[in-house]
Write a protein that binds this ligand. Sequence first.
Ligand code: DHB
Ligand code: MG
Length: 225
Amino acid sequence: MNIPKSISLAKKIDNYIENLCIPNNDILQFTLKNSKKNNLPPIHISPVIANFLSMQVSITKAKKVLEIGTLGGYSTLWLALALPLQGEIVTIEYNQEYASVAYENFRHAKKENMITLLVGDAKEILPTLSPSFDLIFIDANKEDYAIYFDHALRLAKKETLIICDNVIRNGGVLQKKPKKEYYKILADFNKKITTNLQIQTTILPITVPLPGRDYIDGISISRVL
Ligand code: DHB
Ligand code: MG
């Protein structure tokens, strides 16, 4: 992506919010260190956004959470820490190596009993799941978001929240002639979720404070009516 220098103010603001709002947590720090040690790409959600997700779990009193795209399990563990003891998370990861690291991280956090990690193509796994989930977080390959979202709707019930990462891509979705094919796919996805009368949707602009390439993205939040 083309990252303008001016965005570093957004990174400073993100750091500022992180310092104010995010307490140190050894379990979550271990997850990031272990993911880095195993060369996973550092594309997990930021602590500020993870804290936001965690608050959605608490506010909605969610008990069952579905996640599509586990990576090293950083977001999964934030979600798990917000759930009650009898809570459950199903998380789907395509990449076997990422899934192995995630499982190590779940064990280290002593949350492996609460988390069902399914490895494989979500397009094949999702049809095997049954309703219902209270909160669904989509953060996987962007090309298939529409398919994942349709499954999410099938697996939801009234008041389920469906949250999707990366729906703005540094403004890529605004481009008239999209520089990447998936920007157009995401722009169509945003139209799809904002015109569906079954749900109420908003999109929040967010800063992604990746090392050396921070940029503006967005997270969509849809509430099933
Ligand atoms: C990137 C960021 C993400 O949050 C993601 O899910 C996939 C890729 C990235 O910036 O490359
Ligand atoms: Mg993401």
